[in-house]
Design a protein around this ligand. Structure first.
Ligand SMILES: Nc1ncnc2c1ncn2[C@@H]1O[C@H](COP(=O)(O)OP(=O)(O)OP(=O)(O)O)[C@@H](O)[C@H]1O
Ligand SMILES: [Mg+2]
Length: 455
């Protein structure tokens, strides 16, 4: 899945004057759009139901249903379709009202075709983001059935293949990778795709417990086994009988506990702490670590025999920066999730924000990407996420060192942007700005005036 590709757009032109309607229609067709014509609001509204319309250009004064009424209905029923309003001379007041009612923009008649062209392009660029986002959502829905694991990269596909293949077996799986890459999610998928999915799935966070606590947590204890053992307690291995156990952060376990885990893996047997009776257990062991266990073996911190028992199948999850192809789909999924959760009408991500998400190195991996988009959605003010919505540190350096000029801008508009951006980056210092731009200070002053850039 990629961000961005060509689309063909349908533009609906609504005007009761045949000449204007057809004239605009021709102009738009020449620009490569598919055009639908309607003679009034009622006609327009019914055409909206028949066809996937991407943009509406509507006159205000029309018989049967006025442009105002049509606009109101469109904003209600098709909130992601932009509407450009056409107004006669001297009716700026109504145009402003239309903008308040949700029009994308307005054009005064007689229509200047160059301005129309630019406006249409601008309106459709937002619409395009919405459509791309929607396409991404459909792609997401198709994947729901497998698991919550997202990814298109070769690496993720290979991992998902392994998950499917290994899940139904009893083989021990060791999942390795940096913090936040999705190790636990993969462990969940393995259990849920196995024949044990309706049996217990017990998770143990090995790093959180001291050596002695971990031992009694894993294997249980008899009443009076140690001070505080007021009653008999069943351990996690016992609880996971007939199901699976997830030993998270296995690299943090002390040697004394390692040897007991080895015995469970080899003989399926263990004793409770302070107990005589040998218990038998049938459990599937999935473990995870962000350490390099081979190195830990060399350093004498981890038992080699245990390593081989745990690592019958290894799933290594690469950091997100090494599989950037996964970012667009994940970003779309997280945006949807957090938009729903927070009741925000976010429908897309603009190109600069996408670029920022794509190029960030994500040291905290998927967890960091998730948190970033949660915050962005919560902070967002519109339908489309922008770089300004992203948390500090993501895309900001980008913002200060690049100048954004949209295709469709005139040379003069581009020049204005370059001057404005450079001035801004130099905190308004005109001599440095002139120097960077390679023009004299007089010229700069003149252009600042000409482009109305005096702040
Ligand atoms: N491929 C993925 N698709 C969707 N969500 C993912 C994916 N990978 C990770 N996540 C999400 O990112 C977050 C971190 O994932 P997870 O807790 O599984 O990472 P981890 O590797 O176990 O991290 P740690 O080593 O810090 O425990 C979770 O919210 C998880 O749902
Ligand atoms: Mg984890």
């Amino acid at each position: 899945m990629e961000w961005g590709h060509d689309m063909k757009f349908n533009v609906l032109v609504v005007d009761d004057e045949k000449n204007i309607r057809e004239g605009l229609g021709k102009a738009l067709q020449m620009d490569g759009y598919d055009v639908i014509l309607a003679g009034d609001g009622v006609d327009a509204y019914s055409k909206m139901e028949d066809e996937e319309v991407d943009l509406v250009i509507a006159d205000l004064k029309m018989p049967r249903m006025s442009g105002e009424e049509l606009l109101k209905r469109l904003v209600d029923s098709y909130p992601t379709v932009p509407v450009i309003i056409l107004t006669g001379h001297g009716t700026i007041e109504t145009a402003v009202q239309a903008m308040r009612a949700g029009a994308f923009d307005f054009l005064t008649k007689p229509v200047n075709l160059d301005r129309l062209g630019l406006l249409v392009k601008r309106a459709l660029s937002t619409r395009e983001l919405v459509l791309q986002h929607r396409q991404m959502q459909q792609e997401l829905d198709k994947r729901r059935d497998f698991s919550n694991i997202l990814g298109n990269s070769v690496e993720m596909r290979r991992i998902l293949d392994t998950v499917r293949q290994v899940a139904p077996t009893r083989a021990s799986v060791l999942i390795t990778g940096e913090s936040g890459v999705g190790k636990e999610l993969i462990a969940d998928a393995i259990h849920n795709l196995s024949g044990r999915k309706d049996r217990p799935f017990i998770k143990v966070h090995c790093a959180a417990l001291s050596e002695s606590l971990l031992e009694s947590e894993l294997f249980g204890h008899e009443k009076g086994a140690f001070t505080g053992a007021v009653s008999r307690k069943r351990g996690r291995f016992e609880l996971s009988n007939t199901g699976s156990i997830f030993l998270d952060e296995i690299g943090e376990i002390e040697q004394s506990v390692q040897i007991k885990i080895l015995r469970v893996l080899q003989d399926k047997r263990f004793e409770r702490v302070g107990g005589e009776e040998t218990m038998e257990v049938d459990t599937r062991v999935i473990s995870a670590t962000n350490r390099d266990l081979k190195q830990e073996i060399q350093n004498g911190n981890f038992r080699e025999d245990l390593y081989y028992r745990l690592n019958v199948v290894n799933i290594h999850v690469p950091p997100l920066r090494d599989r950037k192809e996964d970012i667009p789909l994940m970003a779309a999924a997280f945006v949807r999730e957090f938009a729903e959760e927070n009741g925000k009408p976010v429908e897309g991500i603009d190109p600069r924000a996408r670029a920022a998400l794509y190029s960030h190195p994500w040291p905290g991996n998927v967890r960091e990407l998730r948190n970033c988009l949660e915050s962005a959605v919560v902070m967002s003010k519109g339908q489309i996420l922008t770089v300004d919505d992203l948390p500090p540190g993501i895309g900001q350096s980008d913002r200060n060192s690049t100048i954004h000029v949209e295709i469709g801008s005139t040379l003069a508009q581009a020049e204005r942007e370059v001057i404005r951006g450079t001035l801004h980056s130099q905190n308004g210092n005109k001599s440095r700005t002139a120097e960077i731009l390679g023009i004299g200070r007089k010229t700069l002053h003149r252009k600042i005036k000409e482009y109305n850039l005096e702040d």
